[in-house]
Write a protein that binds this ligand. Structure first.
Ligand code: HEM
Length: 179
């Protein structure tokens, strides 16, 4: 619900279009850990009101779950923040069009950085549009192969050219001697 303002639910494809220095949106997840006693209560987190008994996953636990972990993705329009971001604008632009949560978490942003996100929040994302696991694919595989073949050709040439020059020199020498 929460339709009292213009916050929307986007797909990853919608968000991916906002990937330039003039229009830069990020998708970053939020984790909320709440005690069982809060079931049925409303909690407020980053401009979003969650009702704990509607969206929840029991935390993996040895015993019965005592906490809920709510994991949801939010969309941030950081266009106006690009110039002021202490980590620079390039990292933000290169984190567009995907789940940028790991990029964000890996930096170890401070709690004040996390609190700041609230002002850039523009909506939520339909988490089914986000690939669950991004497989690592080595970048520019075809180029890598091309490099290998050109390297091979260069090696052959490095061997053949001196042999040809030597052959030519010996040939000329024989020719000049005999004449
Ligand atoms: C709405 C999203 C973001 C906000 C509000 C934000 C805010 C901040 C703030 C306030 C800092 C200063 C250090 C701190 O207080 O932790 C910072 C540093 C930094 N951020 Fe972000 N950031 C965001 C997203 C990202 C993303 C997606 C990346 C991608 C890698 C990133 C990379 C960095 C880097 C590299 C630094 C510099 C760390 C250093 O020099 O120690 N940030 N950010």
């Amino acid at each position: 619900m929460g339709g009292d303002n213009t916050k929307k639910v986007f797909t990853l494809a919608d968000v991916s279009h906002h990937n330039t220095a003039k229009d830069c949106w990020l998708v970053i997840h939020n984790k909320c850990r709440a005690p069982m006693t809060h079931v049925g209560h409303r909690i407020r987190l980053q401009s979003k009101v969650l009702i704990l008994d509607t969206i929840w996953k029991p935390e993996k636990s040895r015993q019965f779950p005592q906490f809920f972990v709510i994991d949801f993705f939010q969309v941030y329009d950081v266009t106006k923040f690009l110039e002021d971001h202490p980590g620079g604008d390039e990292v933000l632009i290169s984190s567009t069009g995907k789940d940028a949560s790991n990029d964000f978490d890996d930096i170890g942003h401070s709690t004040s950085a996390v609190a700041m996100m609230d002002e850039f929040y523009v909506g939520d994302i339909d988490s089914s549009t986000i690939p669950s696991k991004v497989d690592y694919t080595p970048p520019k595989q075809p180029h890598y192969n091309q490099d290998k073949t050109s390297e091979f050709i260069i090696r052959i040439l490095q061997f053949l050219v001196p042999v040809l020059i030597l052959g030519l020199a010996v040939g000329i020498r024989f020719y000049t001697k005999s004449t």
